[in-house]
Design a protein around this ligand. Structure first.
Ligand code: UDX
Length: 454
């Protein structure tokens, strides 16, 4: 493996799809800027090294039990941060003791792998953080102690619609909460990940100045270190060289593209709720009927296991797909970036995970927002009330509202047109920041120099 002197980086992704994708995209960006890349990853959800011949991969055992893998997201992340400490430290020590290898310039850790800070301190290795979510949601996370002090948290049902005056335009119901029986554990996790981000030497965001300037300003006043908004990561390269199919943990169904090819421009609603969110059987049926009644063609990603209590599509009424006469296509997992870039796609019904939100913005596709948890709620509020490139389903998952929202966004009318026009304009802004003197390019140059100065 080629080594680049003084430029060896160790990257640590959180082993979840929405975190692996941006970390490996960042690896490409830094590699093309002259760094050599070593990825330390868990055996659980491990990336496929053969897709990345230019990078080194080291696998560590996370020590998690079967119950911890299948526990909820909160307990999984906490267990991972405990289980990885020793194997990670041992792996790093082994790497450092190999004198035939280049010294390590610094580690870049997912913010949610907060355990890496104490390991970095103990072996005196500089640590920079990649926060894979947006800047605005990070500002909300870092406000948790204050939000608790002011009694915004825990959330009271009677106050859901009230504004959070200190975090405009968020309402109480937009705060990045997670539905759990153990809220104290969740607060502790958030405080820990914010604290260890603060203790790092800098933060990289998959975002860009024009998109989140106000949150970036707030953060730079609160945090003592440099901030590098160098996104959108996936747009640094031509589509095929860093395609998300390389880092996809599930195989992407290419039938989506040939199905879309048969449709007119802007005529299809694409729907996906990412790699983690789950819905109830009742919500699934409301969505299905809302889509069917709208008469608009749809491409729907139904991830196996994402409908509580069922395996895949067994809850669909019999004859449902046949009655659509080709107007609907359901797959288990799609090549999302290619789908969003397809001219047939006119709207994206999304859970507003940050990657999906940013991918939609970069494709100029307006969104129907159905956030499920954590940062998704903040992202959805920004989509609808700051960037104004989407609509939010506010009354829960109900077939009539679904039909109305889809029609509003897809059919000829003033409100829909304004949203579509703004989405196209925002796409242009996203492309401008990656031009040679654009903000993300300049920030990337700053990041490269910063790493070399550590
Ligand atoms: C998680 C969290 O839920 C999210 O809130 C956080 O911002 C990041 O981590 P996830 O729910 O999976 O991520 O959503 P998202 O951030 O949108 O990432 C999903 C990724 O999977 C995207 O890069 C998307 O392109 C890809 N994807 C999704 C596919 O390749 N195919 C699909 O069918 C659906």
């Amino acid at each position: 493996m080629e080594q680049r002197r003084g430029r060896r980086l160790v990257l640590i992704p959180l082993p979840l799809q929405g975190h692996i994708n941006p970390m490996l995209q960042l690896a490409h960006i830094l590699h093309s800027n002259g760094f050599s890349i070593t990825v330390i990853h868990t055996t659980f959800n491990s990336p496929n090294p053969s897709n990345y011949p230019n990078f080194n991969f080291y696998s560590i055992q996370d020590g998690l039990s079967e119950t911890e893998y299948t526990s909820d997201l909160l307990n999984f992340i906490i267990a991972l941060n405990i289980g990885c400490v020793t194997p990670f430290k041992e792996c790093l020590m082994k790497m450092l003791s190999d004198t035939s290898e280049e010294p390590i310039a610094c580690m870049i850790s997912d913010a949610m792998c907060y355990f890496t800070q104490s390991v970095a301190d103990s072996i005196k290795l500089p640590r920079i953080v990649l926060r894979t979510g947006g800047v605005s949601s990070f500002v909300a996370f870092s406000a948790f102690p204050f939000l608790r002090e002011k009694a915004y948290l825990p959330i009271q049902e009677s106050k859901l619609e009230e504004p959070v005056a200190e975090l405009p335009p968020l309402r109480v119901k937009d705060l990045p909460m997670f539905n759990t029986k153990e809220p104290e554990k969740y607060y502790e996790l958030i405080c820990r990940f914010v604290k260890e981000t603060k203790n790092s030497l800098g933060v990289i965001f998959n975002s860009f100045e024009d998109l989140e300037s106000s949150a970036l300003k707030t953060l730079s006043q609160q945090f003592p270190f440099p901030i590098f908004p160098i996104g959108p990561f996936h747009k640094h390269f031509p589509e095929d060289s860093t395609s998300s199919s390389l880092s996809s943990l599930i195989s992407q169904d290419q039938s989506c593209i040939s199905w879309l090819d048969k449709h007119k421009p802007n005529s299809v609603v694409y729907m996906s709720f990412g790699s983690l969110a789950a819905i109830t059987e009742n919500e699934f049926l409301e969505i299905a009927w809302g889509l069917s009644n709208s008469k608009i063609p749809f491409l729907w990603v139904v991830r196996p296991g994402s409908i509580c209590g069922t395996e895949w599509l067994e809850a669909l009424p019999s004859g449902f797909m046949e009655n659509l006469e080709g107007r609907g296509h359901i797959v288990k997992w799609a090549p999302q970036q290619e789908v969003l870039a397809h001219q047939a796609v006119g709207a994206f019904w999304t859970h507003n995970g940050w990657n999906s939100t940013l991918e939609s913005i970069c494709a100029g596709v307006p969104m129907i927002c159905m956030p499920c948890f954590t940062d998704q709620k903040v992202n959805a509020r920004y989509v609808t009330h700051v960037w104004k490139v989407g609509l939010q389903l506010e009354k829960g998952v109900e077939r009539k509202e679904i039909e109305k929202s889809i029609r509003k966004l897809m059919e000829e009318n003033d409100e829909g047109k304004k949203i579509r026009d703004r989405a196209l304009k925002l796409k242009e802004d996203a492309m401008l920041c990656l031009k040679p003197s654009g903000s993300s390019c300049c920030s990337l140059e700053g990041l490269v120099n910063y790493i070399l100065s550590l």
